[in-house]
Design a protein around this ligand. Structure first.
Ligand SMILES: NC(=O)c1ccc[n+]([C@@H]2O[C@H](COP(=O)([O-])OP(=O)(O)OC[C@H]3O[C@@H](n4cnc5c(N)ncnc54)[C@H](O)[C@@H]3O)[C@@H](O)[C@H]2O)c1
Ligand SMILES: [Zn+2]
Length: 362
């Protein structure tokens, strides 16, 4: 049995389905969406090996054709080269056929496949089948699709919503622990920005989560997806500033990730460090108590997320932060915690406070 959420958008709403061992039922769901023809499954070789058969069987039983196109693992696949390569293959395959895209993978496959679907023939339907915790609670929801340029990440993309997000938490059992920790950093973020109960639930269940307990994971993925969906509904294209709260921990987090050349720290690890700094700043500016900041830090440590920013100096972090388009120059804007479960977007924070907050974690 899968849990269901709806993302209600003006043009097109869609369902998010969450459960354990539900991949084998996806064919029937796609049929119910009135999709027909050939599924173009974009994935990594390892994921095809692990889950390709289950997916293929479920689709063929319902009369769908299935074609797999594999891309290498890693951020490098979110490139113009891989993107165009996929389009060429799809175009060759697409002769008098109805086709739709299925993204079977983490955020890399999801962002890339979404952009392929958004642009091939000016848009064909696509389905997100996220296989990392980060993708299930974050990247698969909300319709942000993109590829990278040499100059920077996610510089080419589109808002293009999927027809369905299908999250089977049982696939997370093959994910390595570092990736689970990464996803949990974002889960903690959702707790801090809007749900104290979720925060406490994560805090109580850290060891079960690190062991990929399906029941606890289902609950976490459901609660986080609900929060992301509600935020996206209010601010689909990030024009109203509401989506900004999702960036809690990300201003410094992105800078740390970039200063480490995207190698030193994974995204979730950088966000964990960014959340520590944001909490410290919130305490300094009297929005948060020192005790609350310590509780947040304790949970991040229990998960095994980094406690100190290593391998880089303050000027490098600041330089990347000033580059961030979301960090308005002259008017530093930060998402600060006003409790564990509430945040506030604050503008005009003195740079000296930001520097000291970062410094305390170097
Ligand atoms: N669109 C958005 O809103 C949004 C939000 C956040 C992040 N992102 C993007 O997401 C990307 C990062 O995504 P990610 O953290 O999921 O990384 P990822 O997609 O690179 O996946 C991480 C690794 O895990 C492996 N993997 C995936 N699922 C597995 C499974 N079930 N079992 C075993 N191995 C598995 C992959 O092969 C890969 O090597 C970045 O490109 C980032 O820009 C997008
Ligand atoms: Zn993030």
């Amino acid at each position: 049995m899968a849990l269901q959420l709806k993302v209600n958008l003006r043009d097109q709403g869609y369902k998010i389905m969450i459960g354990s061992n539900i991949l084998q039922n996806i064919g029937a769901e796609l049929k119910a969406l009135n999709l027909a023809g050939d599924a173009i499954v974009i994935t990594h070789p390892i994921l095809r090996k692990l889950y390709g058969k289950t997916l293929e069987k479920s689709l063929t039983v319902q009369g769908f054709g299935v074609t797999f196109f594999e891309v290498p693992e890693g951020e490098k696949s979110k490139s113009a080269k891989t993107y165009v390569g996929l389009l060429e293959k799809i175009a060759k395959h697409d002769v008098n056929k109805n086709i739709f895209v299925v993204a079977l993978g983490g955020g890399v496959v999801g962002d890339l496949s979404g952009f392929v679907a958004a642009t091939y023939r000016r848009g064909i339907p696509y389905i997100q089948v996220p296989t990392t915790l980060l993708a299930q609670i974050d990247s698969a929801i909300g319709g942000k699709t993109a590829i990278d340029l040499a100059v920077g990440k996610n510089l080419v993309g589109a808002f293009y919503q999927p027809k369905l997000v299908y999250s089977d938490v049982s696939v997370l059992s093959t994910l390595d622990k570092r990736q689970i920790r990464n996803g949990l950093a974002e889960a903690v973020k959702y707790g801090v920005i809007s749900d104290r109960r979720l925060f406490d639930y994560i805090a109580r269940n850290v060891s079960l989560l690190l062991n990929s307990d399906p029941k606890i994971l289902t609950e976490i993925v459901y609660q986080c997806s609900r929060i992301k969906a509600r935020v996206v509904e209010q601010d689909e294209k990030e024009t109203k500033g509401i989506r900004t709260i999702l960036n809690f921990g990300h201003t410094v987090g992105h800078a740390v990730e970039a200063a480490g050349k995207f190698k030193l720290y994974h995204h979730g690890e950088s966000v964990a460090l960014g959340m520590r700094v944001a909490a410290e700043l919130s305490v300094r500016l009297k929005y948060l108590t020192a005790k609350e900041a310590a509780v947040l830090g304790g949970v991040l440590s229990d998960i095994g997320l980094p406690e100190k920013i290593k391998g880089m100096k303050l000027p490098a972090i600041l330089a990347h932060m000033m580059h961030d388009k979301k960090f308005k120059s002259g008017k530093p804007r930060f998402v600060l915690a006003t409790g564990l479960g509430t945040v506030k977007v604050v503008e005009g924070i003195p740079l000296s406070d930001i520097k000291s907050a970062i410094q305390s974690y170097l």
